[in-house]
Design a protein around this ligand. Structure first.
Ligand code: PEP
Length: 263
């Protein structure tokens, strides 16, 4: 059975002075052992969040990582630097594709650095609105996935705990979410791409797929009702403890229901 994962992407919010308090509050409001909880604060708040959630079972992630291990890259952060601060890392977020011009090839290299360092990657893929309207959503997702995963051994990716987040760009930070059925269709398409890339079907079936894009406590149930969706990558709502409590609480209900079905 795949785990239920709720990952919080705090983007460029919080300072080291306030991140610990927010993480502590969220951890205390979301104590659900059946749900994997991950908080991804800005780099500078990683240590504060790590220290704040000790003993809470909350895991810590970075929002990005450089594609080289070391070198003359002013202002950048490499995977080995994150070891001890984080155990997860987001790669290929659409805001980085947009603002930093990240390509699928570059994202694939980041994936490699993350895996080498033992960081569990959340690889984001998703189409623009015009691409969805043109009926090209799954083609775009497939291209992004194939580009980022090229040259990576499926077994290494699976053992490294790869998670894919389907994040339609038009739904991120807009308050406009995808429909659960569309997200589920994309999740199926993503697993089909993996088998097309030579992943054994049973390995592809173990890959957790999250939905991301304006998830709130009011709409999370629609996504978790889809058996192919294993949780959410949450942006704006993840800064609000009430919202996180509702989202994680719903994920715990789903985890229990799925366990019953599997028995
Ligand atoms: C995100 O940052 O990955 C995200 C999905 O943001 P939001 O929930 O705010 O749309």
């Amino acid at each position: 059975m795949r785990p239920l994962i709720i990952a919080a992407n705090w983007k460029m919010h919080t300072t080291p002075a306030d991140a610990g308090d927010l993480a502590r509050t969220i951890a205390a409001r979301t104590r659900e052992p059946s749900v994997v909880r991950v908080i991804c604060p800005p780099y500078v708040s990683l240590a504060a969040v790590r220290d704040a959630v000790v003993g809470e079972g909350v895991e810590v992630g970075a929002q990005n990582v450089h594609h080289e291990r070391v070198g003359a890259y002013t202002g950048e952060v490499s995977a080995p630097m994150l070891v001890g601060l984080a155990t997860w890392v987001i790669v290929g977020h659409s805001e980085r594709r947009r603002d930093a011009g990240e390509t699928d090839e570059l994202i694939g290299r980041k994936l490699g650095r993350a895996l080498e360092a033992g960081l569990r990657p959340i690889l984001c893929v998703g189409e623009q609105l015009a691409e969805r309207e043109a009926g090209r959503a799954s083609e775009v997702g497939a291209r992004q996935l194939e580009g980022a995963l090229a040259g990576h051994d499926p077994q290494v990716l699976a053992e490294g705990g790869l998670v894919v987040a389907y994040e339609p760009v038009w739904a991120i930070g807009t308050g406009r979410n995808a429909r659960g059925v569309d997200a589920a269709e994309m999740a199926e398409a993503i697993r089909a791409v993996l088998t097309g890339l030579g992943w054994p079907a049973e390995t592809a079936a173990t890959l957790p797929i999250l939905y991301g894009g304006s998830v709130t406590s009011a709409n999370i149930a629609e996504f978790l009702a889809e058996p192919s969706i294993d949780g959410a990558l949450v942006g704006g709502a993840s800064l609000k403890p009430d919202e996180m409590a509702g989202i994680v609480g719903r994920a715990a209900v789903t985890a229990r229901a799925r366990l019953e079905v599997a028995r």
